[in-house]
Ligand binder design. Structure first.
Ligand code: SF4
Ligand code: SF4
Length: 179
């Protein structure tokens, strides 16, 4: 036998409406959580993967040795590297070669971080930059000049004239600059 119907059933739509309005009214007096971007920027999480940065040693030499392992590891075929020879008269990085061309196509990149993992010198790092905008497909290809970090204080820009035989190893014995 079906249960008898409540005599207050007719008020159910009104109580439902009141509950809904109460949620709206109570949230009107809560502190707003809106971030005034771009004036205010929220800090990213420590493991956030943003735009790539090509790192330098503390003396300004570039960490990238143009080996193209990052390009080989990239599942999206987003990286293009062309290497050239270093000399002590005109040195960009330690070791024999440096990246004379380094490009990343940001339209292809999926920010997987495989390039970072593959790099033997920790030259490429996915940083905390997330402001990527372009209006043209060609602008989405970031060249080395856009990716490389500024010369640290006390360092020199590249190319440098270096002491013969001092930077023959691709991974020199040198303190890393902090990220
Ligand atoms: S983050 Fe991934 S997809 Fe992007 S360039 Fe590196 S390896 Fe390629
Ligand atoms: S970023 Fe690293 S893996 Fe890529 S070419 Fe430079 S040294 Fe090699």
């Amino acid at each position: 036998m079906p249960a008898p119907k409540s005599p207050f059933r007719m008020f159910e739509p009104i109580t439902g409406l009141a509950k809904g309005l109460w949620v709206t009214l109570s949230s009107m007096f809560e502190k707003p959580v809106t971030t005034q971007y771009p004036e205010q920027k929220k800090p990213v999480k420590p493991r956030f993967r943003g735009r790539h940065v090509l790192k330098r040693y503390e003396n300004g030499l570039e960490k990238c040795i143009g080996c193209a392992l990052c390009a080989a590891a990239c599942p999206a075929d987003a990286i293009f590297v062309e290497a050239s020879e270093n000399t002590d008269e005109r040195r960009f990085s330690p070791g024999e070669r440096y990246a004379s061309t380094y490009e990343i196509n940001m339209l292809r990149c999926i920010y997987c971080g495989f390039c970072e993992d593959a790099c033997p010198t920790e030259a490429i790092v996915l940083g905390d930059q997330y402001e990527l905008s372009f209006t043209d497909r060609r602008e989405a290809i970031y060249p080395k000049e856009m990716l490389i970090e500024p010369v640290p204080a006390g360092g020199q820009p590249t190319p440098q004239k270096t002491e013969p035989g001092k930077f023959t190893r691709s991974v020199p014995e040198m303190k890393d600059p902090s990220d």
